[in-house]
Design a binder for this molecule. Structure first.
Ligand code: BG6
Length: 492
């Protein structure tokens, strides 16, 4: 999947990892690079140049990477490690200055197509890009990879995009949304466009509503200095959840070319109905976890973790409407939160009931509408519920029962050598190959912010503050009222 249709750009020949001693690099990026090497995806001579401010020697850094990889459940393969370790190098520098960036140059000698991965605070993106330009490293063949958040609203995202765009052409900017690297999210494209079954039904004639849930059991914990400025709306909805919504709602793209896919996603974002002060109270709810029990253990409330009262939401549920021909009248209910009872990322496509029941009263009462449930994590399952005749005979005539036709992707693909990949493996490989289909284009980020700003503004105008919910519960009661108002219910 995600193959470029035009002539493939040449492979990158080095990655420069900024923030190489940070959490993202340790947990995701360095292990992903190691696994890419293990699977034979790193070209011969490909260099991994790590950089951070910490004064470490190359040997210290390589030792740290070895410790990280050894601690992983997959274990370390001696031959792969020897090959990977030989690619690693480390430079301590302040990459926000031209001198700092220049310190990287000798290490990149002979490398013509480096990819720069900014695993650092977004507030430094502009400075690092300018420094790379000043050091002569931002060449025509180089690529830059940015993590979210790209700004905190439309205005600030534009500033970041301008600053990065002043140095790198849009075709060479790869904005990561790590959800797009997940197998199951990419599988949504396959499910919709590699089967004839669903597409004719995928519209407001047959679908009643859609639910998208991203539930986490973890609290915010030590991440509050970042999180408190963003909250669930900006941390999860603006990016991951809107991306899921786009994949569910977009029109079939002409092909898998980055331009075709991203054009379709932008159209969906542009069709999202803006929130107004009048409807925001009925159509959305903010929550914040209070003390409770999570995973069988006492859990502190967010304000206790934060150390002081705060108006930041750790839960959002809202009803999104897409004003276009396909989706007019089909609500999309989105909800996400921290400290919920289980970890679950799930999309539910709820079909309409049959127009008329030919069965008797008893069996008609059994009738439930078909539903397609796509579990993205932790389980990777797809289930289509179908009505069946219950076996046996009964006095009142036939009885009916809803049963799932279900496919476990893990089981279907289990076997030796199969492991759950880190989402970043796919994404790093795509950057290396110069394929941006699974990355977020500038207009896409900005359209998403435009809509999110509308929600935040409407909240502010309506004076909506987060409602407390006990840690370990499914959010404030208003989240249930929100969906029940339109005579539907969350699938819990
Ligand atoms: C990140 C958010 O982007 O995604 C986190 O900043 C969140 O707050 C995380 O926990 C969820 O990702 P995943 O892959 O664990 O579902």
């Amino acid at each position: 999947m995600a193959q470029a249709t035009q002539a493939d750009p040449p492979l990158a020949d080095a990655i420069v990892l900024f923030g190489a001693t940070g959490d993202l690099s340790r947990r995701m990026l360095l292990p992903s690079l190691y696994f890419l090497d293990a699977d034979g995806h790193l070209p011969k001579g490909f260099k991994v140049l790590a950089t951070a401010r910490a004064q470490l020697s190359r040997d210290d850094f390589v030792g740290q990477v070895e410790t990280i990889l050894k601690a992983r459940p997959e274990g370390l393969d001696a031959a792969v490690w020897a090959r990977f370790a030989a690619r690693l190098d480390y430079v301590a520098c302040d990459a926000t200055t031209a001198e700092g960036a220049a310190a990287l140059c000798p290490y990149l000698e002979g490398r013509k197509r480096p990819m720069f991965f900014l695993a650092i605070s977004p507030s430094l993106y502009a400075k690092v890009c300018a420094a790379l330009a000043a050091a002569g490293l931002a060449t025509e063949a180089s690529r830059i990879v940015l993590e979210k958040p790209i700004g905190r609203d439309l205005e600030t995202s534009r500033q970041v995009n301008e600053a990065v765009g002043a140095v790198f052409h849009e075709d060479r900017i790869f904005r990561i949304d790590h959800y797009l690297g997940k197998e199951t999210v990419q599988n949504l494209i396959a499910l919709r466009f590699a089967n004839t079954l669903f597409e004719p039904l995928w519209n407001n004639l047959t679908i009643d509503h859609v639910q998208i849930t991203v539930a986490e059991t973890e609290g915010v914990g030590e991440r509050w200095p970042y999180y408190d400025e963003y909250g669930a709306l900006r941390d999860m909805l603006q990016n991951h959840m809107l991306q899921l919504l786009c994949f569910v709602a977009m029109e079939p793209p002409a092909d898998m070319d980055p331009r075709s896919v991203r054009n379709e996603k932008v159209k969906v974002l542009r069709s999202l109905r803006r929130f107004t002060r009048a409807d925001v109270q009925n159509a959305s709810i903010r929550g914040q976890y209070a003390r409770g029990v999570a995973g069988g253990k006492e859990a502190a409330g967010y304000e206790a973790e934060r150390g002081q009262p705060t108006g930041t939401e750790t839960f959002v549920a809202l009803r999104a409407d897409i004003d276009n021909w396909r989706w007019a009248g089909v609500p999309f209910f989105l909800r996400t939160g921290k400290r919920l009872p289980e970890r679950r990322t799930q999309i539910v496509i709820q079909f309409k009931p049959v127009p008329h029941s030919i069965f008797g009263d008893a069996a008609s009462a059994d009738l439930t509408a078909n539903r397609l449930v796509i579990d993205l994590q932790p389980d990777e399952d797809i289930a289509l519920t179908l009505m069946n005749k219950s076996p046996g005979i009964s006095k009142g005539g036939m009885r009916l029962q809803s049963l799932p036709l279900s496919l476990s992707l893990l089981r279907a693909y289990e076997g030796p050598g199969q492991r759950r990949r880190i989402a970043y493996e796919r994404l790093l490989l795509d950057v290396m190959q110069g394929n941006s289909t699974l990355f977020v284009r500038r207009d896409e980020v900005e359209e998403a912010w435009r809509w999110i700003d509308g929600v935040a503004d409407a909240w502010a105008e309506a004076g909506m503050v987060p409602k407390p919910y006990a840690a370990g519960s499914w959010g404030p009661s208003g989240a249930f009222a929100l969906i029940e108002r339109s005579e539907r219910a969350w699938l819990d």
